[in-house]
Design a binder for this molecule. Structure first.
Ligand code: MRU
Length: 369
């Protein structure tokens, strides 16, 4: 996406020195810092600590992790064993986004077909780059398929503007280009549609307030940051026309895991008859899972993320402050699962479908066993 006139992605490779460059998302919106990932350990740390985050980007970062493992395996006698071990370490960095395992397995399976270390590095780089390009293209397609939904909602409205609500950050920072949930928003803006986005702040790490608001602001999209609990009230008062979110893992039956709090938005949307759409590339489907609530692993993160909040003081100093009483325990469930019955539709790179196994497989017939 264009940032101050320059094309920027959240991740890229400096091929001269074999260093993966990432925008450090922990520092936004108040600081723009690029971090270097040189080893598998750097990649694992970046994923765990959410320097990089969001399902498609986690996948791409992990794919580059396999490339770095191949670079380092040059010095290793047992190349395949070493690579497989390193890949397993990468896969265990975070549990919920299925793109992580998907991308690692995809690159590793190609690398294991090679017969020397130099070829392995080339193949790993090629496939990591291919995944990054494919995700960018998928997001563009998601925008194209999501746009008619927005246009149809507007057709029925008197004021010809649309109020969308989104949760967390499923924008270009999370997805290479355009974003998943934000792609139809950008497509609508490009068509001259008057779009306004309610941005859930998304506690505890505030990806909405920090990242989505920053992205939309940079692109000139009208938006308002709201507390996570405001959405239901806005829906009851006709101030939301459509909810659109991303997902970290969606079962083949259409159950959607996304940032904690998404389920409550879906319930409120259901009660108020507001369409609730989920935008995702095919890499975020978990074809092995039928029951999202029982089977999708939900990450529990460090409670310190809830106890402390970071922001910038009026003097321009980044500060971390404690919210609850010093001794109060906290529990940090990072995702929840919205059952398919509350999802109006899934917007994928191949088109829009209902959140049912049958309709998902209409778009992805190759997944029919
Ligand atoms: O914990 P995060 O920030 O990696 O969570 C991922 C998300 O931003 C969302 O849940 C998002 O909506 C899906 S990823 C495009």
């Amino acid at each position: 996406m264009k940032l101050n006139g320059k094309n920027v992605r959240p991740i890229w490779l400096d091929e001269v020195v074999n260093v993966v460059k990432v925008i450090d998302q922990r520092r936004l919106p108040h600081e723009f810092v690029v971090a270097d990932l040189k080893t598998v350990d750097d990649v694992i740390r970046a994923i765990k600590e959410m320097v990089v985050r969001g399902a498609p980007l986690i996948g791409v970062a992990a794919a580059y992790g396999v490339f770095l493992a191949a670079v380092n395996s040059l010095k290793n006698t047992f190349r395949d064993d070493y690579l497989i071990k390193e890949c397993n370490r990468i896969k265990s960095a975070r549990p919920t986004a299925v793109n992580l395992t998907w991308a690692v397995d995809k690159v590793l399976s190609e690398v294991l077909k090679t017969d020397n270390a130099i070829e392995a590095i080339d193949v790993a780089r090629h496939h990591a780059e291919t995944i990054a390009e494919a995700e960018a293209k998928n997001c563009r397609k998601i925008g194209e398929h999501g746009l008619p939904i927005i246009e149809e909602i507007i057709r029925d409205k008197k004021d010809k503007s649309i109020n969308l609500l989104t949760h967390c950050n499923a924008g270009w920072l999370a997805c290479i280009e355009y974003g998943t949930a934000t792609a139809p928003i950008y497509a609508a803006c490009e068509k001259g549609i008057d779009v306004h986005v309610w941005v859930d702040e998304t506690r505890p790490l505030n990806q909405g307030a920090r990242l989505t608001a920053w992205e939309l602001g940079k692109y000139g999209v009208r938006h308002t940051v709201i507390t996570d609990n405001a959405g239901g009230h806005l829906m009851q008062h006709g101030m939301v026309d459509m909810v659109i979110v991303g997902t970290d893992r969606t079962s083949r039956t259409g159950d959607v895991a996304n940032k904690i709090g998404t389920y409550l938005k879906a319930l409120a949307a259901w009660d108020n008859n507001i369409p609730f759409y989920v935008a995702l590339p095919s890499s975020t489907f978990d074809w092995n899972i039928a029951d999202g609530i029982m089977e999708i692993p939900i990450e529990e993160r460090d409670p310190e993320e809830i106890r402390y909040v970071e922001g910038i003081s009026t003097r321009g100093v980044i500060k971390r402050v404690l919210i609850p009483p010093e001794k109060s325990p906290a529990a940090n469930f990072a995702f929840d699962v919205t059952p398919a019955r509350f999802v109006t539709g899934l917007i994928t790179e191949r088109g829009v479908c209902k959140a049912t196994e049958q309709d998902i497989k209409r778009l992805f017939p190759e997944k029919n066993k």
